[in-house]
Design a protein around this ligand. Structure first.
Ligand code: ADE
Length: 240
């Protein structure tokens, strides 16, 4: 998977690309990140990437020409990409979107800065994503979130092939609680079902925990679930 990032602050990305799992994935060749600064595509002597808004008002707006020149140069050099504009007005990033994006061979992440971006840039992108209902100073942190969430779904990135299967949101459920040693920590014991060695019982315990957590913490997700008869029975407290 190739990530193409269009950003005025390429140095911000070293925290993601140089470290930990994503850094190792790059070394293994599972993914590659190219950083392109739209400032290198400015044509005026001051290398301006922003300007005052038409119609007046406070703040500066990113000009469309360096951004679009960067997008076009990247595609000319390395081929067409699925282009995503990071903006607080985009659709919310969710795990189903992450799984869809993990199948795309080349993703371009276009980061805005300043108070806004010229509206005409949108026409050069395929979709717009937001990472949450709050406003960041730029799209860079949002792009890093997309890279991290998508990269960990690529083959060969996580060590254990199963470690991404059971997790939160994958089936529209929050993940069940996890425990490791010690069996007793500051008076809190590991739930007995997990020590039982009975795989069917462990599976049921985990499923019930996921269902209860989702019901209590994320009623919006819970309302979307198609519960099985076994799920309903467990939630009603019936013994198997
Ligand atoms: N740029 C500024 N805020 C953002 C957000 N919440 N999501 C994506 N890009 C952004």
């Amino acid at each position: 998977m190739i990530f193409e990032v269009v950003t005025l602050f390429p140095e911000m990305f070293s925290s993601v690309t140089g470290a930990s799992i994503i850094g190792k994935a790059q070394e293994k060749g599972a993914l590659q990140v190219y950083l392109t600064d739209p400032r290198s595509f400015t044509t005026d002597k001051h290398h301006s990437v922003d300007d005052t808004p038409y119609g007046g008002g406070a703040g500066m707006v990113m000009r469309p020409d360096p951004l679009v020149a960067a997008i076009e140069a990247i595609e000319l050099a390395r081929g067409p990409a699925h282009k995503i504009l990071l903006t607080p007005t985009g659709a919310s990033l969710t795990q189903p979107t992450v799984l869809r994006l993990a199948k795309v061979p080349r993703l371009m992440l276009v980061c805005g800065r300043y108070e806004g971006m010229d509206e005409r840039v949108r026409g050069f992108c395929d979709e717009e994503l937001s990472i949450g209902d709050y406003v960041l100073t730029g799209g860079e942190l949002a792009a890093m979130v997309v890279i991290d969430a998508v990269a960990r779904r690529l083959p060969g990135v996580l060590g254990n092939a199963d470690s991404a299967v059971d997790e939160s949101f994958e089936a529209g459920l929050l993940e069940h609680p996890q425990y490791t040693r010690p069996a007793l920590f500051r008076g809190a014991a590991v739930p007995e079902a997990l020590l039982s060695g009975n795989h069917a019982r462990i599976r049921r315990w985990r499923r019930l925990q996921s269902l209860e957590r989702t019901r209590d913490r994320r009623p919006d997700l819970f309302a979307q679930l198609a519960l099985t008869a076994e799920d309903r029975a467990m939630l009603d407290g019936e013994e198997p």
